[in-house]
Design a binder for this molecule. Structure first.
Ligand SMILES: *Cc1c(COP(=O)(O)O)cnc(C)c1O
Length: 336
């Protein structure tokens, strides 16, 4: 045993193994040294022969340089929040790779002058939903709502149905999120029934906007009634529709899922949504609709704190302009 222990290769010798040298470049020295130390420990315990310590260290190396491990989503749930929601298309993955180094995200290379951040991604989003006069992108769907509430209703009222006071998951409640901006909630109707008259009776000089929230993770059935965007649009105040899923246009397999185009055509002033649900793109929050309202949001100081990075912009644009996303393909797949 003492002999075997003496024959365990030293760390510096092990680190000269070509496989471990290569891994140091990919994963960083700390991860490789940690694998080496654990392999040496296994050898001291007699679990690994001294001449196999390098092999053991290689086997102990993590696959990636982060703690996020690639997994196969075999849950049957297409968009699984705990598994990172929408998987990116090959085009989006490539775009992320291409944008990873220095890139012209905010510079016009022909004039050398600063240019609008993410202009091509924003143009692609506009082109995908032509009924939107203007668009803006933030970090996630919740951020889109927070920015709308802050820029359009701080110190004012957001009129919302009691049937749409939603918890989106992990304890996050939209009403709490909205109130945190300094806006006041003006609840109307009841859990199961809210009419357009309920909204009309609550609208006044204090109103910032009317909010419609898609109940994307629960269902109220039976004796129910809700006012849709088309009925609310004539009330004379902005109607913000949080559709959640980010479907740009109607999808034949999802007849009950609201989409951005239909909501805008029905009269919504703004639509907010996530980019990493049915759109099949990276995590981000989409804002689409009236030019003056989108501008008020994108020029609000808070917008800077919610802005997306170049990798997100790259992945979003490639998702919008590229081939069918893995999410769309999965939706189209024959269950058999
Ligand atoms: C998912 C969802 C949100 C939150 O979007 P995130 O991108 O997760 O922040 C808000 N509203 C609705 C209706 C949703 O479905």
């Amino acid at each position: 045993m003492p002999d075997a222990r003496r024959r365990i290769p030293r760390t510096d010798a092990l680190l000269r193994d070509p496989r471990l040298l290569d891994a140091t470049g990919r994963l960083g020295p700390e991860r490789v040294k940690s694998a080496v130390r654990r392999a040496q420990q296994q050898a001291r315990e007699g679990a690994v022969p001294p001449d196999a310590v390098a092999d053991a260290a290689v086997a102990l190396l993590p696959r990636t340089a982060s703690g996020l491990r690639p997994v196969i989503n075999a849950t049957g749930v297409l968009l699984h929040t705990n598994l990172g929601r929408a998987p990116l298309s090959a085009a989006a993955r490539q775009a992320v790779q291409d944008a990873a180094g220095p890139t012209d995200v905010e510079l016009d290379l022909t004039t050398g002058v600063r240019a609008r951040r993410g202009r091509t991604a924003l143009a692609a989003l506009r082109a995908r939903v032509p009924s939107a006069e203007a668009v803006h992108v933030v970090n996630n769907g919740a951020a889109a709502l927070v920015l709308a509430a802050t820029a359009l209703a701080a110190g004012k009222e957001i009129v919302v149905s009691r049937g749409e006071m939603v918890e989106i998951g992990d304890g996050f409640r939209l009403p709490d999120l909205l109130v945190s901006t300094g806006a006041r909630l003006r609840e109307v109707g009841t859990t199961n029934r809210t009419t357009v008259q309920d909204y009309a009776g609550a609208i006044g000089p204090e109103t910032g906007f009317v909010l419609k929230v898609h109940p994307s993770n629960f269902r109220i059935t039976g004796f129910t009634r809700a006012a849709d965007v088309g009925e609310l649009a004539p009330l004379g105040v902005p109607v913000v529709a949080d559709i959640g899923s980010g479907l740009p246009a109607p999808h034949p397999r999802l007849p009950d899922e609201p989409d951005a185009r239909s909501q805008l055509e029905a009269g919504a002033s703004l639509v907010t949504a996530s980019g990493d649900k049915l759109l099949g793109g990276p995590q981000c929050g989409l804002v689409l609709g009236r030019e003056d309202l989108v501008r008020a949001m994108s020029r609000h100081p808070l917008a800077r704190a919610l802005r997306v990075d170049k990798l997100t912009l790259a992945a979003l644009e490639a998702t919008l302009t590229g081939p069918k996303t893995p999410t769309e393909q999965a939706l189209d797949a024959d269950p058999e």
